[in-house]
Design a protein. Structure first.
Length: 290
């Protein structure tokens, strides 16, 4: 994630909304590819090959954004933290995609804005007002509705999604903390190293040779992974966050459509109800911060 610009000279709400809807579509394409690949590969190899396939595009976009020489980080310690969080977010979510319905993973993942609001004080020094606390509590209530802890539908992979969501929230907060000073290319490139090293170490001795069709899925996931970040950046450059942020919830629609189309997954009533409550909580938080 990149820092959001403070001033918009020519706001274009429709363009910003379309960029964000496009970002959620691209993100959902990554999820579909990963979920399909989980049938034949362990999570570390999926992470490894997806990163290797995305790296040329990441470096190309960094070159176009100011040149590879401009990606030298100014705050290395923060980039180490971001790389660790990126690894946790990627491994946790990718593993869960192989165990849980797509729309349930995405629903739980929408706890991220709530965690960002909750952690904004220690990371950013922001005051968490009463309305934001209400939104956080409502949203986490929705997470519990979707998870149904203590029932027969509970699965340990749900904890992986929650851990992944926490890592993503810290990643986003760190971007807001240092994004104004760091080159955009550095913010993307230096999220990769920890994931790459861990995936390579865990894949050694457990390599499965992909077929041509599987290489295509890895390539699509890699290209999508490199482009989704820039879609988000362009969205927030086009208009105000209050217009763009609600469009992130369109990911629920993509997840439901793709889950049904490719795997015949039908969201349960509890998943849909939990998603609705999470969206409500997120909108309350957004209203407080807009």
């Amino acid at each position: 994630m990149a820092a959001r610009p403070a001033l918009l000279l020519h706001p274009r709400p429709a363009i910003g909304a379309l960029w964000m809807i496009g970002a959620t579509l691209v993100g959902s394409i990554i999820d579909v590819c990963v979920k399909a690949l989980q049938a034949g590969f362990d999570t570390p190899q999926i992470v490894l090959l997806r990163l290797l396939c995305s790296l040329p595009f990441v470096l190309l976009f960094a070159q176009l954004s100011g040149g590879l020489g401009s990606i030298r980080p100014k705050r290395p310690a923060w980039h180490v933290l971001r790389s660790i969080c990126a690894a946790g977010a990627t491994f946790g979510f990718f593993y869960a995609l192989g165990e849980l319905p797509l729309v349930l993973c995405v629903t739980i993942g929408f706890a991220a804005p709530l965690l960002i609001a909750l952690l904004s004080r220690p990371f950013l020094g922001e005051t968490v007002g009463l309305r934001r606390w209400v939104g956080i509590l409502v949203g986490f209530g929705g997470v519990l509705v979707a998870l149904q802890p203590g029932t027969a539908v509970w699965h340990p992979a749900m904890l992986a999604v929650l851990a992944s969501t926490l890592c993503w929230a810290v990643l986003a907060l760190s971007a807001r903390r240092i994004g104004g000073d760091e080159p955009m290319g550095a913010m993307v490139v230096f999220t990769i190293p920890v994931s790459l090293v861990v995936a390579l170490a865990m894949t050694a001795g457990n390599w499965v040779a992909p077929t041509l069709h599987e290489w295509l899925l890895f390539f699509v996931a890699g290209f999508a992974g490199a482009t989704v970040h820039y879609c988000v950046v362009y969205a927030y450059r086009a208009t105000r966050a209050a217009v763009v942020a609600p469009m992130e919830y369109s990911a629920l629609l993509w997840a439901a459509l793709f889950g049904f189309a490719f795997w015949g997954e039908v969201p349960t009533l509890w998943t849909l109800l939990g998603a609705g409550v999470i969206v409500l909580g997120g909108m309350i938080v957004l209203r407080d911060t807009a």
